[in-house]
Design a protein around this ligand. Structure first.
Ligand SMILES: C[S@@+](CC[C@H](N)C(=O)[O-])C[C@H]1O[C@@H](n2cnc3c(N)ncnc32)[C@H](O)[C@@H]1O
Length: 290
C-alpha cells in the first residue's frame, strides 16, 4: 500500500525551509541547517540544485502557481514557530510535543536534554523520519521520541503516556499545517486531550481559513482548492479567524496571538528587504493553558 495522501505532504514545508538556507545570511528568515539533511536523499539533491537561480525560481513558481504567496508564508511560519519554541524552552518548559511533525527539525535543533521531544505522525512518515534521522545523526537522539499515531483513529493520550509524556508538567505543543488534514471530530478530540495538559502549557497551531474550505474565497489559489478540497478531499477542516478563540476556549486554552500573511510579511520579510506577497490562506495562532 502506498503512503497516504496526507502523509505525502510532509516534504513540501521542509523543502521550503531547506531552500531558504540558500539565501544570504542577512536576507534569510529562518535558519535550519538540518532541513536539507533530514529530507529523503533524492529530494535533498533537488534542493541543492536550487543553488542555480533558474531552478530555484522554477521550484518557487511551482508552489506559488498553486497558491500565490504560499512559499513566503511557509518561510515565515517556520520562523515564527521557531521563535515560539525558543521562547517556551527559555521559559523553562521541559516538554515539546510536535503533532504531525513530518520532517521538521526543531526537536533536534532547538531542544536538548533535559527537554524531551515527542514527535507524532502517521506510521509511514515516522518510519521514514527514523531512517533519515539515523542516517544523518547516527541514531535518534535520546531526548526525542518518535511516536506513530493516526490522530484520526488512534488514542494519542495512551501513546504519549507509553512514551513517558507527563500530563502534570507543562508542554509546548506545535501543531503546524496539520489541522486541515483532520476531520472536525479528530481536531476536537485532539484539542480535548491537549486541554488536559498542565497549566502553563503553550500551543502554536495553524488553521486554514474556513472560507477557503467552503469555496467562498479561494485566495487566488484555485488550483489548490480544486485539488486539495474538491477532488482529492484531503483538506477537511477550516476555521474562521474570529471563531478560533472560542474553539480553543472550549478546551481550556486562551488565545494569545493570531497572525495572517500581512502580519508575517511585516514582521519577517520587510525588515530584510524581501517584499514578497504572503498568502492569507491560513492563520497561525498561539494560546496558553491558564
Ligand atoms: C503539511 S505536513 C506538515 C509537516 C510539519 N508539521 C511541517 O510543517 O513541516 C502535514 C503532516 O501532518 C501529518 N498528518 C496528517 N494527517 C495525520 C493524522 N491523521 N495523524 C497524524 N499525522 C497526520 C502528515 O503525515 C504530515 O507529516
Amino acid at each position: 500500500m502506498g503512503r497516504p495522501p496526507a502523509a505525502q505532504t510532509a516534504i513540501g514545508p521542509m523543502v521550503i525551509a531547506a531552500v531558504e538556507q540558500l539565501q544570504p545570511a542577512d536576507r534569510r528568515v529562518v535558519t535550519d541547517p538540518l532541513a536539507v539533511r533530514f529530507l529523503p536523499r533524492v529530494i535533498g539533491m533537488l534542493v541543492r540544485a536550487c543553488r542555480w537561480g533558474w531552478w530555484r525560481r522554477k521550484v518557487v513558481a511551482l508552489t506559488d502557481g498553486k497558491a500565490p504567496g504560499l512559499w513566503a508564508e511557509m518561510v515565515c511560519r517556520k520562523r515564527y514557530l521557531d521563535d515560539q519554541v525558543r521562547a517556551a524552552l527559555d521559559a523553562g518548559i521541559g516538554q515539546l510535543l510536535v503533532l504531525g511533525a513530518g520532517f521538521d527539525t526543531r526537536g533536534y535543533r532547538l531542544a536538548e536534554p533535559p527537554v524531551t521531544v515527542y514527535e507524532i505522525d502517521l506510521p509511514a512518515n515516522v518510519a521514514t523520519k527514523r531512517a533519515r534521522v539515523t542516517a544523518v545523526l547516527g541514531a535518534v537522539p535520546g531526548h526525542v521520541r518518535l511516536v506513530p499515531v493516526d490522530l484520526g483513529t488512534e488514542d494519542l493520550a495512551e501513546s504519549l503516556r507509553a512514551n513517558g509524556f507527563r500530563f502534570d508538567e507543562p508542554v509546548m505543543v506545535v501543531w503546524e499545517a496539520v489541522t486541515q488534514y483532520l476531520t472536525e471530530a479528530a481536531v476536537r478530540r485532539t484539542l480535548a486531550l491537549l486541554g488536559t495538559t498542565a497549566p502553563g502549557s503553550r500551543l502554536a497551531v495553524t488553521f486554514v481559513r474556513q472560507d477557503f474550505l467552503d469555496g467562498t474565497n479561494t485566495y487566488q489559489a484555485d488550483g489548490l482548492y480544486q485539488s486539495f478540497v474538491r477532488e482529492r478531499r484531503i483538506w477537511l477542516f477550516g476555521q474562521h479567524p474570529d471563531q478560533v478563540a472560542s474553539l480553543l476556549a472550549e478546551h481550556g486554552w486562551t488565545e494569545r496571538e493570531q497572525l495572517g500573511g500581512a502580519e508575517l510579511r511585516q514582521r519577517y520579510l520587510d525588515p530584510v528587504g524581501r517584499g514578497q506577497p504572503v498568502s492569507e490562506l491560513e492563520r497561525i495562532v498561539t494560546a496558553e493553558r491558564a
